[in-house]
Design a protein around this ligand. Structure first.
Ligand SMILES: [Zn+2]
Length: 153
């Protein structure tokens, strides 16, 4: 994920404003870099529960870009985040995070501690907690147009 975050930063950093937006917190580029890393790490850790990461990141860093470059920057973020989610999904299907560590069960035990067992690949839970798995997981979301068509039919 580090490589993906660097690739994103490399693509967008050239468009940052020359004028320092928030000098007390470092240069525009330094702030863009740390926001990219934070978002990509969260995608790696928790992509299933991170809604619209591309929008989240864009909102964080848009002040560092001139308005004339913002659409271009958003499109670049969108493309890179989509790639990162694909990578995370590929690892998750085998039971791993992109950093190579095992995905742990999301359940909480009766003692209120997190379950530490490995997941069944392709699910979010260990064998004992499979009953908690949500059936709608990983189904593609319908677009508004599709939903309207389905309702009209
Ligand atoms: Zn479990």
């Amino acid at each position: 994920m580090y490589a993906l975050s660097r690739a994103l930063y490399k693509d967008i950093s050239r468009y940052t404003s020359r004028e320092q937006v928030n000098p007390a917190h470092g240069t525009n580029r330094a702030q863009v870099l740390s926001a990219c890393e934070e978002t990509m790490e969260r995608v790696a850790e928790d992509w299933r529960y991170f809604h619209d990461p591309e929008r989240y990141l864009f909102e964080q860093i848009r002040p560092y870009f001139p308005i004339t470059e913002q659409l271009r920057v958003f499109n670049l973020i969108d493309r890179h985040v989509e790639m990162a989610i694909k990578v995370a999904k590929t690892y998750a299907a085998r039971g791993f995070k992109p950093d190579g560590t095992r995905l742990r069960c999301r359940a909480t035990t009766r003692r209120s501690t997190p379950c530490v067992r490995n997941i069944v690949p392709g699910t979010e839970y260990c064998p004992s907690h499979q009953h908690l798995a949500e059936p709608h997981f990983d189904q593609p979301r319908r677009s508004i147009a599709e939903a309207q068509q389905a309702d009209a039919a």
